[in-house]
Design a protein around this ligand. Structure first.
Ligand SMILES: [Mg+2]
Length: 269
């Protein structure tokens, strides 16, 4: 089965459906709390519906692991897991800030290190990242590779500090922030991890312990297949469960030297 083709078709379906809703009042309509713990917005619900529709139209049996609906089986005795964050960057989307994506991954076991294929599609631009295990990563069908920047003094570091209590800002994190050339917080983690995969940015970290594994499942394979690094803050492989309630912290970098520079600073305390 060509999962990449199916996942790409699925994300394009999502994009076609939600793009006309950018900035509209209906897109902000809320539907209670999703499985991942955030408020479900109209666009989240519509995007997930488009994903389920496309996959079931193909007659596929699968267990959906979604930020919105949680874990649901479709078809008979499914072998594959489909892990999705239908819209990553919902707040950006609703405000018309052009940085949001849809993210879908496939695995045969519900673990972050078992992802076999992943697709992340930018909802505002004509950009789609894809990866299949052992086959490399591509952006719009061109092979991608990460940044070769090894010095923090030249690096652009992305980070997610959303809802981080300022008292949690450790001295180590402060040191890291002052040593980097540029700092960004863009607001859609899956897309930011893909930006590390193709060298748009040099590193991206989220050490809040609040990110769902459903949000970064596809991007995790994309960054690894591009030859970049993604690990826990202690430099261990990411082996988290794929479940909307599972939370993860990570450090993603373009190369091992930069990875070492960042983990050393964060571990010092
Ligand atoms: Mg989402």
């Amino acid at each position: 089965m060509d999962w990449l083709e199916i996942l790409t078709e699925t994300t394009q379906h999502v994009k076609a459906l939600v793009t006309p809703l950018i900035g509209t009042p209906i897109s902000r309509k809320t539907y209670g709390i999703g499985a991942g713990g955030d408020q479900k917005k109209h666009i989240d619900v519509q995007a997930e519906k488009a994903i389920i529709e496309t996959l079931t139209e193909h007659g596929l049996d699968f267990t959906l692991i979604s930020e919105e609906s949680g874990i649901k089986e479709f078809g008979r005795a499914p072998v594959y897991y489909v892990i999705t964050d239908p819209v990553d960057g919902t707040t950006n989307f609703l405000r018309g800030i052009p940085f949001a994506c849809t993210s879908i991954a496939v695995s045969k076991s519900p673990r972050l290190d078992a992802i076999e294929a992943g697709v992340v599609t930018d909802l505002f631009h004509d950009t789609t990242y894809i990866a299949q295990k052992h086959m490399g990563s591509y952006c719009n069908y061109e092979k991608i590779s990460p940044s070769e920047t090894t010095n923090l003094s030249e690096a652009l570091l992305g980070l997610d500090l959303n809802t981080l209590n300022s008292t949690e800002l450790s001295e180590n994190l402060n040191t890291l922030l002052t040593k980097c050339r540029h700092i960004r917080h863009l607001g859609a983690n899956a897309l930011e991890i893909c930006y590390v995969a193709d060298g748009t940015i040099d590193a991206f970290i989220d050490i809040r312990g609040k990110l769902r594994t459903t949000d970064m499942a596809a991007a995790t394979l994309i960054i690894q297949e591009a030859g970049a690094q993604i690990t826990t803050p202690n430099n261990a492989p990411l082996t988290n469960n794929l479940d909307p309630t599972e939370r993860v912290s990570f450090i993603a970098t373009g190369n091992t030297n930069l990875h070492q520079a960042i983990t050393e600073i964060l571990e010092k305390g």
